[in-house]
Design a protein around this ligand. Structure first.
Ligand code: HEM
Length: 138
């Protein structure tokens, strides 16, 4: 079944607590029944109501579970987006996990300075040790 296409101005008509829509990654979502359940609070959702909230949603670094939750609230597609996954909702979740993988790389990167800090500590110690050993033996 083809999904309904909405424009941003159509979404902007749904920005009250009783009827709250927003768009994330080209998907139009009706989050009215999610407002109270959102772990980040309903205020942030209301601020994004009626708009394209992709940037805010991604900036928070929502979990994979949060990304998967999006499907429960889908009502259509944002105009200008052609989602290959409009028929098979399962595929769609594979678009975002890539970003998560990148975050994992960032975490791994953080491990390097720790190792470097260890070296920075031991190398001068070794040099000083060698110097005193030399002084003592000479
Ligand atoms: C339908 C859309 C959304 C869903 C399904 C959703 C889901 C979730 C979930 C499950 C969490 C818990 C933490 C996690 O699993 O990542 C969360 C936290 C949060 N969300 Fe959302 N969210 C949505 C939209 C938004 C938007 C548009 C914003 C910002 C404008 C937002 C801001 C936050 C914040 C600030 C937190 C708390 C993060 C923390 O405590 O560390 N969310 N959301």
């Amino acid at each position: 079944m083809a999904e309904k296409i909405y424009t941003l101005s159509q979404i902007a008509e749904h920005k009250s607590k009783k009827d709250c829509w927003l768009a994330i990654n080209g998907r139009v979502l009706n989050v009215t029944r999610f407002l109270e359940e959102h772990p980040g609070g309903e205020e942030v959702l209301m601020e994004a109501a009626g708009k394209d909230a992709t940037k805010q949603f991604e900036e928070i670094g929502h979990s994979k579970a949060a990304h998967e939750l999006l499907f429960n609230y889908r009502v259509g597609v944002l105009q200008g987006y052609e989602l290959e996954d409009t028929e098979t909702s399962n595929n769609a979740s594979f678009q975002e996990p890539k970003k998560k993988e990148m975050e994992a790389f960032v975490v791994k990167d953080n491990g390097v300075p720790k190792y470097a800090a260890l070296l920075e500590f031991f190398v001068p110690l070794l040099v000083a040790g060698s110097y005193f050993a030399y002084r003592y033996l000479a």
